[in-house]
Design a protein around this ligand. Structure first.
Ligand SMILES: *[C@@H]1O[C@H](CO)[C@@H](O)[C@H](O)[C@H]1NC(C)=O
Ligand SMILES: *[C@@H]1O[C@H](CO)[C@@H](O)[C@H](O)[C@H]1NC(C)=O
Length: 415
């Protein structure tokens, strides 16, 4: 009897020890798994589409700790996660994941100083420039600015019209080499007189600030401009076609033309770079907006938008924000086939042609997502005196202007 009792006790004790060590190993195992996942996710989730999107998207703190959900109830886990984010110094993870709460809290902080101005930009020619080209760039992208200056962004006369150019910059996000960048940008500004630099951090979600500040700048320092092209530095722009199009419009009337996106729905998937929670935008559809790669507006519309945007609450996606400003002044943006701000979809756009065929670019106004070398090559091929586009006749349906099809076909200098 005593022997059996002793045996049972030993057995129970052994089982208890085994259970405890099993639990312990499980607990120890769970924590590193969560951490490992975080560190592994970082390099793989990066943004690709936008040149200015220097902020790689990382999972939000709550979703990143998914593995531990099985151990503690959901509510407590969220509390723990939140506390950790608040008490510890901001880790690279919580730092770069978009903080909607912080954004909403700081939304009224929307006036930043202009650190580098070009007050005489639009005063060099008597009647003011015909077209002001405004290009979003980041300080670090010196090579992109150089190629734009040497190709489609050239200042001076094009087809008899005066063109001026500015680059729109914020302060670099990476503060490590700030002094070097500062020196560069001041030097660059002195050399080219085309830099506008504002005192906000140049991040993807601050592009809306860039939009507002540029419109205000144009309304103050460039009232005499006739038209404005605003776009990215990684686009190819056929300035001749744009001038040809604009010459048939009145700068004192409303004009807003681009690659217009209608009925876009806010993305409610947290992992997406464009995720917008319902607390930030409750409606199910965005107003019509132009793809940020490039669009045109008249001087008149610029002034109206500059005023209207002041009354619209900040929204982290700049294209959509501008759509909200347009909606406020009740202006319908016009879709134009010549704007390919999402790049060229080969089969439908030009089934017979290579996208690298200059004759194809001849008919377009803006093409997005090009490499520096491609922009340079395309511009040089298009301006070569030897260019002859016999292939064009193969295209079944030739390019047409959306609205004024007849007049354009006759007036076009292309053929
Ligand atoms: C910041 O800039 C420094 C110097 O140019 C560079 O070594 C570093 O990798 C950059 N950091 C990030 C996060 O890009
Ligand atoms: C925008 O810029 C401001 C000022 O530099 C900065 O405090 C803020 O964190 C930036 N916001 C985002 C979303 O990057």
């Amino acid at each position: 009897m005593r022997v059996r009792l002793k045996g049972d006790a030993i057995c129970t004790l052994f089982l208890l020890v085994a259970l405890c060590s099993l639990l312990y190993s499980q607990l120890e195992h769970l924590v590193p798994v969560g951490n490992k996942e975080l560190t592994q996710k970082k390099p793989s989730v990066t943004s690709k589409t936008f040149s200015d999107s220097r902020a790689p998207w990382r999972p939000m703190p709550a979703e990143a700790k998914e593995p531990r959900l099985q151990v503690t109830p959901v509510l407590r886990r969220r509390e723990v996660a939140n506390k950790r984010v608040q008490t510890t110094t901001p880790s690279p993870l919580s730092d770069s994941a978009f903080n909607f709460k912080g954004y909403l809290l700081n939304k009224d902080n929307r006036n930043f100083n202009l650190l580098i101005n070009q007050p005489k930009k639009c005063r060099r020619t008597p009647g003011g420039p015909f077209l002001l080209i405004a290009i979003k760039s980041v300080v670090e992208d010196f090579d992109r600015r150089e190629i734009v200056r040497k190709t489609w962004g050239r200042e001076g006369l094009v087809n008899g019209e005066q063109i001026q150019r500015v680059f729109l910059l914020g302060t670099p996000k990476n503060r490590t080499a700030l002094v070097t960048w500062e020196t560069l940008i001041h030097q660059e500004s002195q050399t080219y007189r085309d830099i506008l630099l504002w005192d906000f951090m140049d991040t993807f979600f601050n592009l809306t600030l860039k939009e507002i500040h540029f419109l205000n700048w144009a309304a103050e320092f460039c009232q005499n401009v006739k038209f404005i092209f605003k776009g990215d530095a990684d686009v190819f722009v056929n300035v001749e076609n744009i001038i040809d199009f604009l010459e048939r419009h009145d700068p004192t009337e409303d004009l807003f033309v681009g690659d217009i996106i209608y009925n876009a729905r806010p993305i409610r998937v947290q992992k997406s770079k464009y995720y917008i929670p319902e607390t930030m935008y409750g409606l199910s559809i965005y107003p019509a907006y132009a793809g940020g790669g490039g669009f045109l507006l008249s001087s008149h519309t610029m002034r109206k938008l500059s005023r209207a945007c002041k009354e619209v609450e900040l929204f982290p996606i700049d294209d959509v924000f501008l759509g909200m400003c347009l909606q406020r002044i009740n202006l319908k943006p016009i879709l134009h086939e010549g704007f390919k701000t999402f790049g060229i979809v080969k089969p439908s756009a030009a089934p017979h042609l290579q996208t690298f065929d200059p004759c194809f670019y001849k008919d377009l106004m803006v093409v997005h997502s090009l490499k520096v070398a491609e922009i340079w090559l395309m511009w040089n091929l298009l301006h070569s005196p030897h260019l002859s586009c016999t292939q064009k006749k193969q295209v079944k349906k030739p390019f047409q202007w959306k609205k004024k099809a007849q007049t354009t076909m006759q007036a076009s200098p292309l053929r």
